[in-house]
Design a binder for this molecule. Structure first.
Ligand code: PHE
Length: 347
């Protein structure tokens, strides 16, 4: 047994760990519960009485020395590690973090909604997957209207066969569907705008996309007239495009408004003198509008003899193309940081 103790002692003295992990291995091998030294103490029980005194002393020394060696090694590796950490250069600049920016479509949507909120309009939203009633029928689209065609509308396969066209569901083709939802659920006076995404089955090009954004507006009350529509549009246009903006209404057609109009504003690039943005006409088209057709009011349970309303709808991308003089609509959807970074947001 004495020889074994001597041998272990030599082993311990020669042990040269290279890292912290090996120091821990040393502890496990010699000092842990099942380690070599505690094992010796178990065997000590069988040592004859006369040898016990001498061997006991040697074993206690071995144990203490091993513990001491472990403590010293541990301390020296920890000190070295600390020194390494202190070597780091704290004067180096931190990692550069890219700060996010609002998407230009969101900047414009916020600008538009803030203008209408300032004159008492609420903001409502509706679902992007719509039924035929809200997207077409309630809006006075006759059954054979070309806008219902597969050409323009993305129909959603609901999994079950539909008997009639009017049972179909589709991605909404315009935010006018939210007009219906709001009129079905609120009593006049209604003064609300509806921003949101819309979808049309169009080939993607610099000027058209199958998904884009609209902001729709609706005002229903007693005695609402076309003059109210004009004044509201004038206020909005001056706020959005500048004080000197002039308006031009051109007669148009929408199934859900009568009379209907297309609104042009004086070109905010050239001030109406003519440039390539307005194609030398002095005006640019920004939205469709009109007086809500009495049939539409009645479809939503609103008495058209008592109430009248106006509605308008604009494409956000279209306004963005004009305002920021961008010549390709696709840039809005490509998420190229070089493009997105160029827009400052006030709201
Ligand atoms: N929904 C029409 C479109 O998508 C726009 C519009 C809205 C026209 C409200 C008149 C009134 O083109």
């Amino acid at each position: 047994m004495k020889e074994r103790i001597d041998q272990i002692r030599r082993e311990i003295e020669n042990y040269q760990p290279e890292n912290k992990e090996q120091v821990e291995e040393f502890r496990i091998k010699y000092l842990s519960k099942k380690g070599i030294i505690p094992q010796l103490f178990t065997e000590f029980k069988n040592v004859p009485k006369e040898e016990r005194k001498e061997l006991g002393k040697l074993m206690n020394e071995l144990k203490n020395d091993a513990q001491q060696k472990f403590n010293d090694l541990k301390a020296s590796f920890e000190a070295a590690e600390k020194k390494d950490q202190q070597k780091q250069d704290l004067t180096l600049p931190a990692y550069f973090q890219e700060v996010g920016a609002r998407h230009p479509i969101n900047i414009l949507r916020n600008e538009i909604t803030e203008i209408f909120k300032s004159i008492g309009f609420q903001v409502n939203e509706g679902p992007e997957i719509e039924d035929d009633w809200h997207n077409f029928t309630a809006l006075n689209f006759p059954p054979e209207h070309p806008a219902r065609d597969m050409q323009d509308t993305f129909f959603v396969d609901s999994g079950s066969k539909v008997a009639k066209e009017s049972d179909q569901i589709a991605l909404r083709t315009h935010t006018s569907s939210v007009q219906i939802r709001v009129m079905e659920n609120q009593k006049p006076p209604i003064r609300s705008i509806f921003p949101g995404r819309v979808y049309r089955n169009e080939a993607i090009s610099a000027r058209a996309h199958c998904m884009f954004h609209q902001v729709e507006g609706l005002y229903v009350d007693k005695g609402v007239s076309f003059a109210d529509l004009k004044q509201t549009m004038l206020y909005f246009s001056k706020e959005m495009f500048g004080k000197d903006t002039r308006l031009r209404f051109r007669p148009s057609y929408f199934p859900f408004t009568e009379p209907s109009a297309e609104l042009d504003i004086s070109c905010f690039i050239c001030g109406g003198k003519g440039c390539n943005i307005c194609k030398y006409t002095g005006f640019v088209e920004i939205l469709g509008c009109g007086m809500v057709d009495p049939n539409v009011l009645e479809n939503c349970g609103i008495d058209s003899k008592k109430y009248a309303g106006f509605a308008f709808g604009m494409g956000i991308e279209r306004i963005g193309l004009l305002k920021y003089q961008i010549n390709d609509l696709r840039l809005f959807f490509e998420n190229d940081m070089r493009f997105l970074k160029q827009f400052e947001s006030a709201v």
